[in-house]
Design a protein around this ligand. Sequence first.
Ligand code: SF4
Length: 446
Amino acid sequence: MSGIAGIYSREKTHVSQIIYYGLYGIQHRGQMSSGIAVNNNGFIDYFKDLGLVHEVFPKEVMDRLRGNIAIGQVRYAFSDEGKDVKNAEPLVVGYRRGALAIVHDGSIVNFSKLRDRLEDNGAIFQSDLDAEVIANLIARHHRDSMEEAIVKALEEVVGSYALVVMTKDGLIGARDPLGIKPLSLGRFGDDYVLASETCAFDTMGAEFIRDIRPGEIIVIDENGIKSIYEKSTHRSLCLFESIYFARPDSKVDGKSVYLARIEAGRILAKESPVDADIVIGAPDSGIVAAIGYAEESGIPYAEGIIKNRYVGRTFIQPTQELREQGVKIKLNVLKENVEGKRLILVDDSIIRGTTIKRTVDMLKKAGAKEVHVRISSPPVTNTCYLGMDTPNEENLVAANMSVQDIKDMIGADSLKYISLDGLLKAAGENNGFCRGCFTGKYPIER
Ligand code: SF4
């Protein structure tokens, strides 16, 4: 999973600052590496490294990164390879028609097949990035215009992607034909911006224009914006965007993430009521659903767990050992609110079960009389190969245990999940969603 952003300006000559703020806005989508590339009169300069946006770009680097077009990425590491800086983006390459820079969010399902074929034909790879396969596919069509080359390259790609490509003349934004990954278009004065989530426009000071449609490819250059391609049969936006990935102050495909989570909490309260004194949310992504649960149930919402804001998200950290270390310093119980109380603890999902077990344990040790766990997504029973780093099924607790056994394992007094129908209703049924990790039925075969 990644967050990506891009800007094209006709007049400004130092737009990397704007991308920097945009990446800050989508830092929650990836904390392993950060990178920005700029186009300065056809010459691409870039800087990328492991770390958060504010750690990676010192002032002297930002002063150096001058140009009127820029793209950037914050990236989550899927595996040990992802922790290598060679797999940070933007990917910058040179080919027959000049330099290109690419940022990508998603997962190319036919990556190995495409890469094998390219290598058989002499291509050399320097990273494990999907973006490098896409760059090679574009380079093979160097006799075509850049627009035609990108269309032809993406016609060969199967999987999930939101892409921003920077050429010497402008930006190209693309979204996979099912719209699994989000990408939005905004305006910054007279200039145009692209970002994974609309909350990045707020940090940039830009206005939202519209979402890039599933299967659409757009070009932004000195002539403005033009949509050059669109091919989609149906939508399958990742349902986890609404549950967990996206920030509540974003809109994804026209739906407010905040309102979707409130609604999920309300539906959860209707489906699985329980008598209790207060409702608390697991920070951060369970909090909005907890507010919805409290509103619907009439049981007061209260802060029960305080999060140390200076520690990364546990689920985002790549190894189990790091996750376990992280959680010890990350969450603390507000004893005054939980001692002697019957609590409803709302969280967005249970993946391995270790974090929720630890949280229930902390609440009980702080004196909670009962802890009733309510989850605003259905049991995650299948792994994802479309861009979310869920563990293998052997490590997904709901793939291996019944709800009753999970309840016992985490030490809760009761455990209930929202139904899939309830979640779809909250997320906005009209959008069309991928729900593979809940059903094992994916919109793209592996
Ligand atoms: S399988 Fe799950 S996490 Fe993966 S794209 Fe589909 S809904 Fe999202």
